[in-house]
Design a protein around this ligand. Structure first.
Ligand code: MBD
Ligand code: FE
Length: 312
């Protein structure tokens, strides 16, 4: 059966009432958005002949998603974070602000207020016996001039793919640090090579991915916020080369320029340079910032972030 009712005055009027268009008050922007969203949902129901069974399973799916707090996990899985990046890249291009190290999605697992240090930070609490990682790089402007005192915020998963705070078994701020670049623009972190991330297997996000024949895995990756007055704020990540999912990320965050080699270093003198007495794996990620004097470019966009409102 395939009936067409979207064109009728009854449906048109219903949508207007649904969005409060026939009322004063409320928020005009929200009214416009809800009117359009509900119109398009109705249109989908008509075009795809959505059955009541399908409709109600979608409604209760949303309940499940919210119950586990997974809405911000499904979003990147459905390419929405990536799409916002595509739009911001196009806006930068239009404004003549393209270039520098590419952005990629933030993800839902940042926590504000990580310990801050200068030049160097040890990120892991020593409880996991992972491969020692030295993560280092120089932050420069587009001419290659080093940018000292740049705030480099770094966060990544542990050996089980879990993030501190969200994984209460980890210590406070484990694998999260804020490092100010030194006089040469360099930041260095000692940590452990992270494992990839997998969506909770019994969660609502994975349930939908299963219906799509998709996995819910991310490659081993490391998140960055990089900020310096006078430059565009950079939200990015690196993906480690050689991971099964480096080019098959369920969250679509991989970009060629952001794939970094993890290089095993066996040389004792090199280890000693970092105060280590054993072989380690070095990951080098240099960052180029784009100048902008606009305050709105210099800050990351607002979104709900763990502990962010608690910290000045
Ligand atoms: C992550 O670690 C992540 O970075 C994203 C984007 C989604 C889920 C888990
Ligand atoms: Fe992540």
């Amino acid at each position: 059966m395939s009936v067409k009712t979207m064109h009728t005055p009854e449906v048109k009027e219903l949508l207007e009432k649904v969005a409060g268009l026939n009322q004063a008050g409320g928020n005009e922007r929200v009214k416009t958005i809800v009117h359009r969203v509900m119109h398009d949902v109705f249109q989908i129901i008509e075009d795809l002949d959505i059955t009541p069974e399908e409709f109600w399973s979608a409604v209760y799916y949303i309940n499940e998603l919210g119950k586990n707090g997974e809405a911000a996990l499904l979003a990147p899985g459905l390419g929405m974070d990536k799409y916002l990046d595509i739009r911001m890249d196009a806006e930068d291009e239009q404004a003549g602000l393209a270039g520098g190290t590419p952005r990629t999605i933030e993800g839902p697992l940042y926590v504000a207020g990580a310990p801050e240090s200068e030049g160097f930070a040890r990120m892991d609490d020593g409880t996991q016996d992972g491969e020692t990682m030295i993560l280092t790089g120089v932050v420069t402007d587009q001419d290659g001039q080093p940018l000292p005192n740049t705030l480099v915020e770094v966060w990544h998963a542990d050996l089980k793919g879990g993030y501190s705070y969200f994984d209460p078994s980890q210590s406070e701020y484990n694998l999260r640090r804020s490092i100010r670049t030194d006089a040469n623009g360099r930041y260095t972190a000692q940590s452990i090579i992270p494992s990839g991330y997998g969506c909770p297997p019994e969660g609502a996000t994975q349930a939908l991915l299963n219906q799509l024949g998709r996995h819910g895995r991310r490659p081993a990756h490391i998140h960055y916020f990089v900020s310096q007055p006078g430059y565009k704020h950079l939200t990015t990540q690196i993906n480690l080369a050689g991971d099964e999912y480096t080019y098959d990320d369920f969250a679509f965050a991989t970009r060629e320029e952001l794939v970094c080699d993890a290089v095993r270093v066996d040389d004792a003198a090199a280890a000693e340079q970092y105060g280590l007495n054993q072989p380690f794996t070095k990951v080098e990620f240099n960052i180029q910032l784009v100048a902008s004097d606009k305050p709105e470019h210099q800050q990351r966009h607002e979104r709900k972030r763990a502990l962010e409102d608690d910290i000045a």
